[in-house]
Unconditional design. Structure first.
Length: 342
């Protein structure tokens, strides 16, 4: 690999790491109920938090105008507000830092001629996805800034999360194109097709994970293996498809059931991956999905059982989210390694 490509790929992998942290900060923001604490969208000036008591009171007064304060946090002190403000501010601040970490090296690489011609288009797509993610984030936040809503819309939350994962996966794929030599790829069309289907199912599961978070669905059934003593929640029987997407217990049931199905499919994938002629690197990668899916199910169970413990829910929920992301990134990597050989 040329030195130029190596420098760009390291830069991209740093970006992947920062984006993963950004998604986790979003999870913390959600679990601490902080997402609506900043009621304005100021991409540049918003980098500076309130600097004195007057500015803090002004920010607090704006928060008092929305439904979340009026119906849930009406007993908040200024210190309580500062706590939730910090997490939303830090989430946005980290996004600004990502923009800087991408923009400055990008300009430097252009000046130094480090980009090959074929890198320009992916770079433009990368920046477009980043800008779109910021816009989607504000649309999501705006959905909760009214008198009626207590939280952001769970469907918009899911779109925000999945668009973030598209950005992370695209950045990882771009980095792998620069990092991985041809002799490390494998040629197993049947396994690749299976991997694509598995990855699609994992994406759907991540959508329902976002629904779980947005609807606070874990708190509706803090039992396992049954859901409040039922295999299938009775509330689902009369639900239409649209109603199921809004019914916390229905979403809870679907998310749990899909977890078991994915575990079985991943186990079959692992057995199939073992049978192909593969490079040592691919063999190492092929062991990860099974480990991750088992860990993910354990974390999911613990998250549900501790959903009423705010501290436990915070860290178990974020860990659950992290492992879910790692499973998706591992499958995307497996797809990359099964590219058609040139």
């Amino acid at each position: 690999m040329k030195k130029e490509s190596n420098a760009v790929s390291i830069w991209l992998l740093i970006g992947v790491g920062m984006l993963v942290i950004q998604v986790l900060l979003g999870g913390i923001t959600r679990l601490t109920g902080s997402g609506l604490s900043i009621t304005e969208w100021k991409p540049l000036m918003g980098a500076i938090p309130p600097l004195n008591e007057t500015e803090w009171m002004q920010a607090f007064e704006k928060y008092k105008q929305i439904g979340q304060y009026k119906h849930i946090n009406f007993d908040f002190s200024l210190n309580d507000f500062k706590f939730i403000f910090f997490w939303e501010w830090f989430h946005r601040e980290w996004a600004r830092l990502i923009a800087v970490v991408f923009a400055i090296p990008f300009a430097w690489f252009i000046i130094k001629g480090k980009f090959k011609k074929e890198m320009i288009k992916p770079m433009l797509i990368l920046f477009l996805l980043g800008a779109m993610q910021g816009a989607i984030g504000w649309i999501m936040v705006a959905s909760g800034l009214n008198d009626e809503s207590l939280y952001v819309n769970h469907i918009k939350l899911a779109i925000h999360f999945i668009s973030a994962m598209v950005l992370v996966c695209y950045t990882l794929w771009f980095a792998l194109q620069l990092l991985v030599p041809q002799n490390q790829l494998v040629n197993a069309p049947s396994l690749k097709k299976y991997t694509l289907w598995l990855t699609a199912i994992i994406v759907v599961q991540l959508v329902f994970g976002a629904f779980m978070a947005g609807l606070k669905a874990a708190t509706f059934a803090t039992t396992w293996p049954l859901i409040n003593g039922e295999v299938v929640p009775a509330s689902m029987y009369n639900d239409t498809f649209i109603q199921m997407m809004r019914d916390p217990l229905a979403v809870h049931f679907i998310h749990r059931t899909m977890a078991y199905i994915i575990a079985i499919i991943v186990f079959v994938w692992y057995l199939r991956a073992k049978k192909i002629t593969a490079t040592p690197l691919f063999k190492a990668i092929s062991k990860l999905p099974l480990i991750l899916v088992i860990l993910q199910i354990v974390l999911g169970i613990l998250t549900v059982l501790n959903a009423n413990d705010h501290f436990a829910l915070l860290w178990l929920g974020v860990s659950h989210q992290l492992v879910g992301m790692m499973l998706l990134l591992t499958m995307v990597t497996a797809i990359f390694f099964n590219k058609k050989l040139k």
